[in-house]
Design a protein around this ligand. Structure first.
Ligand code: HEM
Length: 450
């Protein structure tokens, strides 16, 4: 009698695939509906994004397993290869073999103790944007918030002496970041076509790298005493590395700067979503106004107000749950492995989506409801909350990003009420980030609302 061998379970394939583009079509047409439909297939499901087969993880425990085991589930694969061509092999894109050294070198720049140093330009920039608006103005919310965040990052990264350079860099960066996702997952030939959009993309990419390299070269010559993020990166020393690798080379610093810019790009959409959610939930807006009025007491916003802005902080946490800007991440399997009872051969590309997990009704009560108070005390289990990822690759800028978002929300709420400028239904769009692209909102001075 032969021994019974267990047949490995087969991962189900999601429906709605079309030739050539695979599941990119339903993802483009109704990204959020499509992602939310995936857990019904089971804990893992197979998709095809353009030419790329992907195994999507739909379960919070397995997502955590993938994120914590970066030896088996590393940064890599065809999408990451293309990302590296754009932003280099910095902290967010390098493989595990290079990551620990880079993280040790970058970590001091993001340490909790550094936050008050960045806090002053951060609070000043957040206030400046709120001060620059006028009553009745209609703004492109995602554009305005992304520009603000880029400005805060550029100022804290390079000091305030380079406003024009920072602005050019922010512009080039945005021109690279938005189409990047589709260029990474679509057949490469599309990115090589002689189209104006492809030409603009390449120009912006080259401009961005030239600016960053020029800033670093100028800083090396200047030799002055600076207290910004760039100074931390240039001075960083890693005692655990071999002597010739203790510091970051200038090219490595450039790669980190571009990676940090790329990472920070999530904070603009997070803020845009928060503003939209407040505008569509007047009872939360009223409480937020009351909190901000009490905390600021008519004075200017400062970084020291941050711990008191508790509802503003919960609004950001809840916006990050409902509309996580970093809606899709990827990993590559480095050696044959087992995940949740399924066999995964080496080189399998894995997709993980905080959005998908955050909308599961078995994990969150009434998951589509905007309820900042679900984050009061320990009412909600943070084990199924991944806006910043988890494990060794967890977002290094989470404190920085949250602080910027909370302060901006407070600066805006202290003066303005925002409402969608028209009654077009909101159409979430996925690019590299999930953002309310195209959403226009009217700004009204508080106290002058109709
Ligand atoms: C609210 C805003 C933000 C969100 C939602 C967010 C989200 C994330 C996520 C999910 C990851 C992990 C990706 C993965 O594991 O595949 C990540 C990594 C990263 N983020 Fe953020 N991020 C935010 C703000 C920022 C800011 C403000 C910065 C910099 C100033 C930043 C810099 C980075 C960097 C450098 C990494 C790579 C870390 C590593 O691999 O060691 N992020 N971010």
């Amino acid at each position: 009698m032969g021994t019974a061998t267990k047949t490995p379970a087969t991962i189900p394939v999601a429906g709605n695939s079309v030739p050539f583009l695979g599941h990119a079509v339903p993802l483009l047409r109704d990204p959020l509906g499509f992602l939310s439909s995936l857990p019904a297939y089971g804990s893992l499901v197979k998709l095809r994004l353009g030419p790329l087969p992907v195994v999507m993880v739909c379960d919070p425990g397995l997502t955590r397993q993938v994120l914590l085991d970066d030896r088996t589930f590393d940064m890599g694969g065809p999408v990451m290869d293309r990302a590296r061509k754009l932003v280099g092999e910095g902290l967010g894109t390098c493989p595990r073999s290079k990551h620990r050294r880079q993280r040790r070198l970058c970590q001091p720049a993001f340490h909790r103790d550094r936050m008050p140093v960045y806090g002053e330009p951060m609070a000043a920039s957040c206030t400046a944007v709120a001060d620059s608006w006028h009553d009745g103005q209609v703004i492109d919310v995602t554009g305005a918030m992304s520009t603000l965040v880029m400005r805060v990052v550029a100022q804290t990264m390079f000091g305030t002496s380079l406003p024009r350079v920072s602005r050019d860099l922010a512009q080039d960066f945005r021109a690279v970041a938005q189409p990047a996702f589709w260029l990474m997952v679509m057949p490469p030939v599309l990115g090589r076509l002689p189209l104006p959009a492809n030409r603009r993309f390449r120009q912006a990419r080259d401009g961005m790298w030239d600016t960053v390299r020029d800033i670093i070269a100028a800083r090396r010559l200047d030799g002055g005493d600076h207290a910004d993020l760039l100074a931390s990166l240039l001075d960083a020393q890693d005692p655990e590395s071999d002597p010739e690798e203790r510091a970051l080379s200038d090219e490595e610093v450039a790669e980190q700067v571009v990676n940090i810019f790329a990472g920070s790009d999530a904070a603009g959409p997070a803020l845009a979503w928060a503003l939209y959610l407040i505008a569509t939930h007047p009872e939360i807006e009223e409480r937020l106004h009351a909190e901000v009025d009490e905390v600021l007491a008519g004075g200017p916003l400062t970084f020291a107000h941050l711990p008191e802005l508790k509802l503003a902080d919960r609004v950001i946490s809840e916006a990050l749950r409902l509309y996580t800007p970093t809606w899709l991440g990827s990993r590559i399997v480095t050696a044959d492995t087992d995940l949740g009872g399924y066999e995964l051969p080496a080189k399998t590309m894995i997709g993980w989506s905080p959005y998908l997990i955050h909308r599961r009704p078995d994990l969150y009560d009434d998951p589509d409801r905007f309820d900042p108070d679900r984050w009061l005390g320990s009412r909600t289990d943070k084990e199924a909350y991944f806006p910043f990822g988890a494990g060794a690759r967890k977002c290094i800028g989470n404190r920085f990003g949250t602080a910027t978002a909370v302060l901006t929300l407070a600066a805006i709420a202290s003066r303005w009420t925002l409402r969608p400028a028209d009654d077009q239904p909101l159409r979430p769009v996925v690019k590299t980030m999930l953002a309310p692209y195209g959403l226009r909102m009217r700004v009204t001075a508080r106290g002058r609302e109709a």
